[in-house]
Design a protein around this ligand. Structure first.
Ligand code: ADP
Ligand code: MG
Length: 344
């Protein structure tokens, strides 16, 4: 009998490692291939950054509560965010769509309205794509091309001992927002007469439906002449993304519960839903904030920044990544990664 291994056994990261292990490089211009937020390609005086993302209905989004123009906007944002995570700026995107007969021309118009709004916001040109019929649902694939300077690229692997861990904005909101949208969907399904109750949940719902990529931070860091020693965007969740940063930098990391940024409404709604707010911050995902490290000597320049939080530091001589709780206990973090092949 032929051997058959379930994908679930490897998980996302195991599967990517397996693909990567058989990849050979044939072009000297390919500086960095698989393994970071974007590939890095030599191009004259600068480097090009290339990243791609696949969004599948029923896995990554649910059109019953995701307005399709927001989906268009978010499809661009998640890609621009991966370029930001390399300390670069995005320039062009291509978008491919797989369309079932359920998707009307009006819906496609609305999707591209969102795409165009994001392109305007982030100064990105839509330069191509592909269009295909699909047996069911909506599939979107976006590829983004960006650029940086060779000595300004921030890889996941660049952290050094005692570098300070920084995170932008606040975390957990997108996840808690999703729980509210799911709850209201269930209410609606059981009684279509019921209108969704979203008042008071504006901030977290917006974090889920209309995230922004933190290019503003990239520009500010450049003005301050700070190149993060390592960087990743928080798409899978702080714990998982921090583990990537630490393992690729061959360091351990220590973060502090009382330093984690959480918005008051995220906190309150998490409690309302019987969720642990810190778990939402650590494992929520989809916040599209930036997690990066800086040398201690750069701290003074960022200390007063209104939207950058110092959550911990990197440590050599250990591979452990963990959190120090408010009552000073050390709790190792677990990689969550993506669970689409298993229980999700
Ligand atoms: P992100 O969360 O930043 O989008 P991913 O976790 O999706 O990054 O991907 C991690 C790395 O693995 C990236 O370099 C990505 O290009 C690469 N990768 C993911 N899937 C594949 C695949 N099927 N083939 C080749 N490379 C892949
Ligand atoms: Mg990323």
């Amino acid at each position: 009998m032929d051997k058959r291994t379930e994908i679930e056994k490897l998980g996302e990261f195991g599967l990517i490692d397996r693909i990567q292990s058989n990849v050979k490089k044939y072009n000297s211009q390919t500086i960095k291939g698989i393994g970071d937020d974007a590939a890095v390609i030599e191009s004259g005086d600068e480097v090009l950054l290339v990243s791609t993302d696949l969004l599948i209905e029923g896995v990554h989004f649910d059109l019953s509560y995701m307005p399709i123009q927001h989906l268009g906007y978010k499809s661009v944002v998640v890609n621009v965010s991966d370029i930001a995570a390399m300390n670069g700026t995005a320039r062009q995107i291509t978008i491919s769509v797989g369309l079932s007969s359920r998707i009307s021309v009006e819906a496609i118009d609305a999707f591209y309205e969102g795409v165009n709004a994001a392109c305007k916001n982030y100064k990105v040109d839509l330069v191509g794509g592909d269009t295909s019929a699909s047996p069911s649902g909506l599939t979107i694939s976006v590829t983004v091309i960006g650029a940086s300077l060779p000595n300004e690229v921030s890889y996941r692997s660049g952290s050094k001992d005692k570098d300070i861990l920084c995170v932008t904005g606040d975390l957990g909101g997108a996840y808690v927002g999703l729980q509210i949208l799911e709850r209201e969907k269930q209410v609606f399904l059981s009684n279509p007469e019921m209108q969704p109750k979203l008042e008071g949940y504006d901030y977290i719902v917006q974090r889920q439906l209309k995230p922004e990529a933190r290019l503003d931070i990239i520009h500010e860091l450049k003005d301050l002449e700070i190149v993060p020693s390592a960087m990743i965007d928080v798409s899978d969740g702080l714990a998982s993304d921090l583990m990537h940063l630490a393992s690729q930098s061959s360091l351990g990391a220590r973060i502090f519960e009382d330093k984690l940024p959480i918005d008051k409404s995220t906190y309150d709604v998490a409690v309302e839903l019987n969720l642990d707010p810190i778990t939402c911050v650590l494992n929520g995902g989809e916040d599209y904030e930036l997690l990066f490290t800086i040398k201690q000597s750069d701290f003074d320049k960022l200390e007063k920044h209104r939207d950058i939080h110092f959550i911990g530091y990197m440590e050599k001589g250990t591979k452990e990544v963990g959190i120090v709780t408010k009552n000073e206990q050390w709790v190792p973090l677990q990689a969550q990664g993506w669970k689409h092949f298993s229980e999700d």
